[in-house]
Design a protein around this ligand. Structure first.
Ligand code: XMP
Length: 305
C-alpha cells in the first residue's frame, strides 16, 4: 500500500521538477484518478495548470455540477459543454470499437482547442498502473492512454499516479481531502455511458442508462461494490396498463474487484433487486424489464461494450 505521507510531497516535487515555469493541462473526467492527478499538480504548480472538464453528455447524473463544486478552488478550471457535438458524431454508429474511436477523437478535438488556448507545454494525466498494463496488452483501447499525447506537441507528459492501483489512488484522495464523493466514487469508463448502451448512442437510451446507474449506485452502496452499474442492452415486450409495449431492457451489474482486471458478480438480496427494478421501471415508462447480470470477469467484461 502507498505511504501517502511520503508519496504526496514526492509527487508534487517531481511535478514541479518536470514542469518548472511552463504551463500544463489535464483532462478531468470526474473519476478519482484524474481528480487526484489534478489536485497533486495544482498543489505543485497552481494556476500554471489548466484543468479541463469536457462534458461529453455521456457522464453520470450530476457529474458536471459535482466537478464544478469540487474543483471550485482552482481558478483556472474550464468546463466545456460538448454534448451536442458528441451526440452528432456518434449518430448511427453501432460498432463498439468505432464508438470508442469516435469518442476518443472528438475528445481530442475538444481538448486540443483548450490546450492551445491555455498555451500548455505539458500534459498531466491520471493514468494508473492497471491502465498501462491493459493497454500494453491490447485488451482494449483506453481513450485516456495513448491518444492525448499526440494531440498537441507537448514537451512532456506527467503521470503522477502511474504506479498506483485504484485503492491506493483513493488513499491519496482521502489524504488530500478531496471531496468524499470523488474519493469513494466508483470507477467510470472514459467513454462514459456510451459503453453502457448497446448499439447506437441516442439521447433516450442515455437518459435511461444515466437514471438507472444512479439508482443502482444508490441502492447498492452498502454492498461496497468495485462497480455497480446499469446498461441498456436491448428491447423486449412488456405491459403498461392494458397495452403491450416494446420497451428497453436494463441490465443491472454489481461486481467486486481489486483492479478491474478480473471481477466477481456480487450476490444481492432479492428485496434490494426488486426495489431497484421497481425504481428503474417506475422512473422511466419506456423500460419494459430489468435483469441482473450474474457473470464474472472473465468470461464477461465489467462494462457492456
Ligand atoms: P472492462 O469492461 O474491460 O473494464 O472489464 C475494466 C475497468 O475499466 C473501465 N473501463 C475503462 N476505463 N477507458 C477507461 O478509462 C475505457 O475505455 C474503459 N473501458 C472500461 C471499466 O469501467 C472497469 O472499471
Amino acid at each position: 500500500m502507498v505511504d501517502t505521507e511520503t508519496f504526496v510531497p514526492e509527487a508534487t516535487a517531481e511535478i514541479e521538477d518536470e514542469i518548472g515555469d511552463a504551463n500544463a493541462v489535464i483532462a478531468l473526467s470526474g473519476g478519482v484518478d484524474s481528480s487526484v492527478a489534478a489536485a497533486l499538480a495544482y498543489e505543485s504548480i497552481g494556476d500554471q495548470l489548466t484543468p479541463v472538464y469536457v462534458d461529453t453528455g455521456l457522464m453520470r447524473k450530476g457529474e458536471t455540477d459535482q466537478i464544478r463544486e469540487t474543483f471550485d478552488y482552482m481558478d483556472s478550471l474550464r468546463i466545456v459543454d460538448a454534448k451536442d457535438r458528441f451526440l452528432e458524431a456518434l449518430e448511427g454508429v453501432v460498432d463498439p470499437e468505432k464508438k470508442r474511436e469516435i469518442i476518443g477523437e472528438q475528445f481530442i478535438r475538444e481538448f486540443e482547442r483548450e490546450a492551445k488556448d491555455a498555451d500548455a507545454d505539458y500534459l498531466v494525466q491520471g493514468t494508473i498502473y492497471p491502465d498501462r498494463i491493459e493497454s500494453e496488452g491490447g485488451i482494449k483501447s483506453h481513450h485516456n492512454v495513448g491518444g492525448l499525447p499526440d494531440v498537441v506537441d507537448f514537451d512532456g507528459i506527467v503521470e503522477p499516479v502511474r504506479d498506483l492501483y485504484k485503492d491506493e489512488v483513493r488513499e491519496v484522495a482521502r489524504h488530500l481531502d478531496l471531496d468524499e464523493l470523488v474519493a469513494e466514487r466508483m470507477p467510470f469508463p472514459g467513454p462514459g455511458l456510451a459503453v453502457r448502451v448497446i448499439g447506437e448512442v441516442t439521447e433516450e437510451k442515455l437518459e435511461v442508462a444515466r437514471d438507472a446507474c444512479h439508482v443502482v449506485e444508490e441502492e447498492l452502496e452498502e454492498y461496497e461494490p468495485w462497480q455497480a452499474l446499469a446498461a441498456v442492452i436491448g428491447k423486449a415486450t412488456g405491459v403498461k396498463g392494458d397495452n403491450r409495449v416494446h420497451g428497453w431492457v436494463v441490465s443491472v451489474r454489481s461486481v467486486e474487484s481489486r483492479d478491474g482486471m478480473t471481477a466477481r458478480a456480487q450476490e444481492i438480496d432479492w428485496e434490494t433487486l426488486q426495489r431497484i427494478q421497481s425504481r428503474i421501471t417506475g422512473q422511466n415508462e419506456n423500460v419494459a424489464r430489468v435483469v441482473y447480470d450474474v457473470t464474472h470477469k472473465p468470461p464477461a467484461t465489467i462494462e457492456y461494450e
